[in-house]
Each structure stands twice: as C-alpha cells, then as structure tokens.
Design a protein around this ligand. Structure first.
Ligand SMILES: *Cc1c(COP(=O)(O)O)cnc(C)c1O
Length: 569
C-alpha cells in the first residue's frame, strides 16, 4: 500500500496505524508544522500546526488536510534600503513524508486534474498521533499548468486560488475517502476549504441539513473585504457543471461567491477566534449564530529550552496540562530571571551575528515581528523619532523587527522600507534591526528573547493574534493595542500594558491613531522604561503574571478541549 520514502520506516510514517475509528477532518490552506515544511505564511498556519500538535498530545482523533505547496510561501531577502525580493522556497516532501499510492481527481474546466498525496505523522510523546495529508497535483498526466496548482501558497491570481480551493476542498474529501478515513466532522479552518461542503452536498442528496451536521467553520477575518470572494464569471469558467454553480449561488451569495458565507450557510457550528472577533463577525453576518473559542498556542513548542527545563523541574506535567503554570509563583524569581536571561542572550547573539548591530544583554529590548501588512502598523513606534530619542535618554532601548510582506502587498513592503529609513536616521543613537526571513524558528527566538512584545494593529482588524501568547509563555511582557486576544488577557500593569483606547471606546481613524501614539510613548517613558531599570521586583511580577495569568489559559490544549466539547461532540 505505502511507498516508502528514503530513510523512513513504517513505524515513523504508518498510515494503517492511524486509520482506526472516526476522525475529525481538519482542513487548512496553510499548516505550520516545522521550519523544514514551509507550507505556512503566518499566524493562521501556525495556529493550524498548534491545533494538530495539541490534538496529538491529547489523543483527539484528528486528520489534517492541506496543500503540499512544494515551492513554499517564499524566502525573503532585503537589500540595504529594505526592499524585499522573494525567492521560491522549494522543498522536497520525499525527505520527510511518504507518498501514498492512491490518486483522486477533480474536474477543472473540462479536465480531470489528478491529485496525489503525501503523508506525515505528527507524533506526541504521549503516544497520540495526527496524520496530515498534503495534496499534490504535480502528477504525471496532468497538464503543465495543472501540475503547478499546488506549488505556491497564496501565489498567483484569482484563477489560481480558485483552482487551489477546488483541489483542497473537493479533492481533500475525495482523498480522505480513497485513503479509507471515516470522517464524522469536517472542520474548515478559514473559508479557503469551503468547497468541501459542495462535495458533501452532492454526497448527501443535496440536503443542507445533513451537510450542516457534518461541518464546523472557524472564521479568522474581522473585516468584510478580507473574506475570499470570486466572480461567478470565473466560477462558471472553472466549474462547468451548471448544477454545481447553482448550489454555490444558492449558499454562497448572489453577486459573488463568498467562501465564508458558503461555509457559514453549511455549518452547524461556527466560531470566531476571540470573544471580540465573534461579536464583530455577528455584525458582519447578521442572523448567524457565531460562537467564540479563543485561540491558544502550543505551550511546549513555543516555550524556550531554558523555561522548559525550569517548568519541568517545578511543575512536572505542565506541557500536557498548561493549567499548572498557574503555580508559577512557587518558582524563585532569580531562577525565572536566569531562564529569561539565557533566552535573551541567545537572541542578542543571533542578532549580532546576523547584523553586527552590537546589541547588548542589559538594554531593554522590544520586539515586533509578524506579517508585514498595513493593518499591523509595524511603524507606529517610529511615528515620532524625537519622542523615541527622549525615551532612549531616560533608559536605553533597542528594537528588533522581522516579518515578510506578501509579494503583492505594496503597502506591506513599504513598511519594511520605512523601518529601514528610521534605522538609518537613528544610527549611532538607538540600536534597531530588521531581521530577514521571519519563520517559525526565528519567531521562537524572538518571542522568548526580548523583554517587551509590542503589537500595534488597527482595531478591529486583529481577529486574535497569537505571537503575544507565545511571548507570555516565556515571561516576555505584552504591550499592545486592545484588539483580538489581548482584550481577554490584559489587566493593566498586572499582565502587561495597553496602548490606546479601551475596548468599549469607539474611537476610530485618525483620532484613535493619535491617541495610540501618545499612549505608546507615554507608557514607555513613564512606566515601562523606569519599571525595567529601577523597579526590577515589579518587573518580576509582570513576568510571573505573564506566565501564571496568560500562558496558563492562552494555550492550544485549552482551545482544543473547547473544540471537542463545543464543536466536535
Ligand atoms: C506566531 C506566528 C505568527 C503570528 O503572529 P501574530 O503577531 O499573531 O500575527 C506569524 N508568523 C510566525 C512565523 C509565527 O510563528
């Protein structure tokens, strides 16, 4: 049955062993499992990876489906001015995965496009295991174009994306069946996979009630424009079956096909990824019942080695029961500080090696790293360099940035150039670096090695955000705009600090921006810098609370237990 790839034994990647019982099929366009599998672009994919890791730890019967994206998202290079260029990040699935023999096909225009699959097992030390199926159209017999469908994550135009969604949604359902998986629920992580509901309708006598019972939809997008939409002209060109297109029109919107609306109409359980995001989604889609399951991150993956050792010693079992972190108060402050110091040293050494910036271990270090896109506002802290200089005179600060801009996101690319300009302006005054090619490994170093984790999105665009949860697991203190998860994690001066208006204040636009800039600089000057340098005991409290009041809750084990009890059962 299984064709073995080089170096893999049956034990390592055994499909038969994971076919038993009924599964939750978890569909995601991107999955961030590890650095060597570059099939993720940002938080959505890393969340999918954390979902899978927690499911494996907790022995939740999950099977995941995604595209192989064997040319990756992209590798980022930056020139001296911060101009981004992209290289393909080609990788060879056969080094890490097993190619399965089964083949299925989907109809695109008049062609039967063949799909093969790669199999990878995410294994937990607890004995749990989640198989992941990577769909691949690079199959002999397909046209040259069709062989490229699963090359690039989020690459190409609308037509390319629609083809990918046909492969993921429709092809994914067919592949799971061909492999012998028995599926009890289909969980769509964002709307990219919603065409799976079209396939399910056809298999269930076109009865939407039956399909709804099978489907769960998690939305991640808090603004109307963010939801994937396709013109029916394009749909009719790619999906030639009139009956199929009628179904898409009926459940996916009259004017354009809205993948989220289609998923909403055909899922019994729908949720947003924070409490605020669910409220915003209910306003976007009035009349729908939209629940909230707040995101979490995989505690073990995102806790740096020094803190893992410390937690192992004082809170054994914490990795599979992160609630135990609530007892952080029992660990001596000096040992916590030592663990932080070790992570900080690792990061600063890496920064100096990469950039020659000559950063030091003692200076208050602020980190900002995530996808470079306009709403994340990476440059907010650089809005008024005079005020930043003033802060730096009160107590020295150093800043570390990282993040990729999508190849078509001109505004995102401009942000990187703007940061480079500020770096140049402040040269010899404040040490600021921008690290190339943000990925999971660099993320792990950054979220554990800085002192303060900064997040300045435009409200309400940050549905959740997760990197701040990673920071909290490492005793790194959050300083963020009150949007997404931070509304639920924030207690002013106790778990970190807010930037700008309170959640219930409906200040928007320029007024909000000015208030946020003011608050950002004031808190740095009057609170954060003096606390860090002059009131270390207070800083220890913030570290303790980041772990004991944030990490103990904002983890994917808690999140997955919620999915099991609220959505899967
Ligand atoms: C966690 C993570 C993200 C998400 O960061 P946000 O600040 O939540 O947007 C993005 N990219 C990588 C590589 C990550 O590890």
């Amino acid at each position: 049955m299984i064709k073995k790839a080089g170096g893999l034994t049956d034990m390592e990647n055994d499909l038969q062993g994971v076919l038993k019982g009924q599964k939750i099929a978890y569909f995601s366009m991107e999955i961030g499992l590890r650095n060597e599998i570059p099939t993720y672009a940002g938080g959505l994919g890393v969340l999918a990876g954390d979902t899978i890791r927690s499911a494996a730890d907790l022995s939740i019967p999950l099977v995941a489906v995604t595209l192989v994206s064997n040319k990756g998202y992209f590798r980022q290079s930056l020139d001296a001015f911060g101009t981004q260029t992209e290289q393909t990040e080609e990788w060879d699935p056969s080094n890490l995965m097993t190619r399965l023999q089964q083949e299925v096909s989907v109809k695109i225009q008049d062609r039967d496009v063949k799909i093969q699959a790669w199999h990878y097992n995410c294994k937990s030390l607890t004995g749990g295991c989640v198989p992941i199926i990577f769909l691949d159209t690079n199959v002999e017999g397909n046209s040259w174009d069709d062989r490229r469908i699963t090359d690039f994550l989020y690459g190409g135009d609308h037509t390319y994306r629609l083809k990918q969604e046909i492969v993921l949604g429709i092809g994914g359902v067919r592949m799971l069946e061909a492999l012998g998986f028995k599926v009890r629920k289909y969980h769509m992580n964002e709307g990219h996979s919603s065409l799976l509901a079209l396939e399910l309708l056809k298999r269930n006598g076109k009865d939407p009630a039956k399909v709804k019972e099978l489907c769960i939809f998690t939305t991640h997008t808090p603004v109307e424009a963010g939801h994937d939409k396709f013109d029916y002209g394009l749909i009719e060109d790619q999906i030639r079956d009139k009956n199929d297109v009628d179904i898409l029109r009926r459940f996916g919107g009259a004017d354009r096909f809205n993948t989220s609306l289609f998923a909403l109409n055909l899922s019994e359980y729908v949720n947003g990824v924070t409490k605020r995001h669910s409220r915003v989604s209910r306003e976007l889609f009035p009349g729908y019942s939209i629940q909230a399951i707040t995101n979490g991150i995989h505690s073990y993956t995102w806790t740096c080695p020094a803190f893992r050792q410390l937690f192992d010693r004082y809170l054994p079992g914490w990795a599979n029961e992160p609630e135990l972190l609530v007892r952080i108060g029992g660990i001596p402050d000096d040992e916590i500080w030592e663990a932080h110091w070790s992570a900080k040293k690792d990061l600063i050494d890496e920064v100096n090696k990469r950039t020659g910036a000559g950063m030091d271990y003692e200076t208050l270090t602020i980190g900002f790293a995530r996808r470079m896109t306009a709403y994340k506002r990476a440059t907010l802290i650089l809005s008024d360099l005079e005020r930043l200089r003033k802060i730096n005179r009160r107590g020295r600060v150093q800043l570390i940035f990282a993040g990729k801009a999508h190849p078509h996101d001109e505004a995102g690319k401009q942000l990187i150039r703007d940061i480079f300009k500020s770096i140049e302006t402040l040269r010899n005054e404040i040490k600021i670096v921008f690290l190339e090619n943000y990925d999971m490994d660099l993320a792990a170093k950054l979220v554990s090695g800085v002192d303060v984790w900064l997040n300045t999105p435009t409200r309400p665009y940050e549905a959740s955000g997760t990197s701040g949860m990673k920071a909290a697991h490492n005793g790194v203190v959050n300083f963020s705009v009150l949007d997404g998860w931070w509304i639920e994690g924030w207690i002013e001066g106790v778990t970190g600090w807010s930037i700008g208006p309170q959640p219930e204040e409906h200040i928007t636009g320029e007024e909000a921006r000015l208030a946020e800039i003011d608050d950002l600089y004031n808190k740095l000057y009057y609170i954060i810098v003096p606390t860090y340098y002059d009131r270390r005991d207070e800083w220890f409290k913030l570290i303790n609370n980041s772990i004991g009041m944030i990490a103990y809750y904002f983890n994917s084990h808690r999140m997955m237990r919620r999915y099991v009890t609220n959505a899967y059962l």
